[in-house]
Design a protein around this ligand. Sequence first.
Ligand code: GDP
Length: 279
Amino acid sequence: MPKSGQSIRIGITGVPGVGKSTFIEAFGTYLTSLGKKVAVLAIDPTSQQSRGSILGDKTRMDKLAVNNQAYIRPSASGKTLGGVGQKTQETIILCEAAGFDIILVETVGVGQSETEVYSMTDFFLLLMIAGAGDELQGIKRGIMEMADAILINKAEGDNLVKAKQAKREYANALHLFPAKESDWIPKVELCSALEETGITEAWDIIESYVIKTKTTGYFDLNRKRQTKDWFYKFLHHQILTSFYQGKETSNKLKELEELVLNGEISPFEASRIMLTQPS
Ligand code: GDP
């Protein structure tokens, strides 16, 4: 733990197909060219069922995968005590202690994983593409609200005009959101992960965010808050797990459940009995 905490943790999200892997490949490669060590982690809620797509993850970023300055970790899989986020959270700490300067945490799924990534990173980057409505992109207002920057990807060729239009629209939309606690005004930029444009600009934005929030103290405050939240989250998981693993628990639960369903006692009374009366 004392050796951790020195990195910049960047969350990257966007619907499947928007270009996350392609972007991370280009962005990560650029960062290594600056002499930085880059770790790429992923949160994939679906991998709990499919046991992770180890091969898929590795081959999605083939340049970065063979880069000595980079480490790509396949999505956490299997049942973990603290949910899919726990392993990623622990890996962040481990990567930092191993000397990685930048940790990119990608969400592979859509839905709850964005919030998990948001709760373990310093900067939250949302990738979008022009021409698809928000509904089509499956991006909820809440996710846009979390973003510190929106990158409109695939902004090249015939798509450039639409991308510029989208940039204006998103910039306007972001103005309508309440000011962020960090005091940071979210940025909207164009990029083409494929043609590797907008990559240095993306890094410039993140660097200025870090400088600003370190100066105001928000960076450290946010880290502390996140660490505290994770502590309680894991604690709650462990309390629940040890409770349900308790001897006699399931029999007693069944009995009480039946009483509740028969209308003999209230759910509240049943839970009180469950926790206070030895079986
Ligand atoms: P992910 O599912 O968000 O990780 O998206 P991928 O990185 O796998 O990209 C999905 C598809 O979009 C692939 O066929 C990419 O080659 C393509 N793609 C990604 N970035 C760009 C870009 O900047 N421009 C264009 N034209 N295609 C891109």
